[in-house]
Design a protein around this ligand. Structure first.
Ligand code: COA
Length: 260
């Protein structure tokens, strides 16, 4: 079992829960923490016994309160670029993860925390969660694709406002804007995440992977998402999941997808 310094990675009943574990710093993301998240996600993808990933923060107060400001306070231009580029690689690996990744947002999701949540496929927030991109207060811009994913999720006008004003919004407002999928009480947060995960797990894993690839292609300027879907759709017909899914429907029974 891999051990980490800044995160916890816990596999239970086929789900890997990655908890950013620096509660005394409101789970701020230093470089090492982001690398550990990347390693934990890669390990969960490789592990045949894992069907999905949950990302959350330790404690009651924060999901992640941003990049670790004290770490980058004396960075040079080159160091800043490397920090951002390394973060992009990890956050992209979350977005393109072939298994479902759900953010359980249990408090402040600011800066890199909002960006981490946005890199996940879905977001469920507790009603005490707060979202924002306050980087402009510090004289920087979001560096883990916040300028891109926030626009994708809530549209240009509102994204511009949040990015330029550094405003913090509550969970209900985030829900209204489409930044989060569901809002719950803090004690129901994990139940709601598990309920969604259970629905996804009942579907064809190969088809779920195809969905991730096609949706990613929509946002990838180097790909033609429509052509990509035709390809992925066709490929489904050669999978055991398709044989099982269609047979189950015709035989009026529940599909039992074999994970490989
Ligand atoms: N980087 C490094 N340390 C951070 C941090 C961050 N992004 N966010 C919080 N912390 C640390 C604080 O420095 C403090 O540490 P200390 O006890 O050693 O002084 C500890 O976490 C608790 O934070 P504190 O500010 O005392 O809590 P609060 O409840 O008064 O305020 C926030 C909470 C989230 C509003 C406030 O911590 C904040 O504004 N954080 C920065 C958010 C941000 O700008 N993120 C984007 C970074 S690019």
């Amino acid at each position: 079992m891999t051990s980490y310094k800044n995160i916890l990675s816990d596999n239970q009943e086929g789900i890997c829960t990655i908890t950013v574990n620096r509660p005394e710093k409101l789970n701020a993301l230093n470089h090492e923490t982001i690398q550990e998240i990347g390693r934990a996600v890669a390990a969960a993808v490789k592990d045949k016994g894992i069907d999905g990933i949950i990302i959350t923060g330790a404690g009651q107060k924060a999901f992640v309160a941003g990049a670790d400001i004290s770490e980058f306070s004396s960075y040079t231009v080159e160091e800043g670029k490397k920090l951002s580029s390394d973060g992009h690689k990890v956050f992209n690996s979350i977005e393109r993860c072939p298994k479902p990744v759900i953010a359980a947002v249990n408090g402040f999701a600011l800066g890199g925390g909002c960006e981490l949540a946005m890199s996940c496929h879905l977001r469920v927030a507790s009603d005490n969660a707060k979202f924002g991109q306050p980087e402009v207060k510090l004289g920087v811009i979001p560096g883990y694709a916040g300028t891109q994913r926030l626009v994708q999720l809530i549209g240009k006008g509102k994204a511009m406002e949040l990015l330029m004003t550094a405003d913090m919004i509550g969970a209900e407002e985030a829900h209204r804007l489409g930044l989060v999928n569901h809002v719950t009480t803090p004690d129901q947060l994990m139940n709601k995440v598990m309920e969604i995960m259970a629905k996804i797990r009942a579907q064809s894993p190969r088809a779920i992977e195809g969905i991730v690839n096609c949706v990613d292609a929509y946002f990838n300027k180097e790909k033609d998402g429509f052509a990509f879907e035709i390809e992925e759709f066709g490929n489904c017909f050669g999978t055991g999941d398709f044989t099982e899914g269609v047979s189950a429907f015709l035989e009026k029974r529940k599909a039992n997808f074999v994970r490989s």
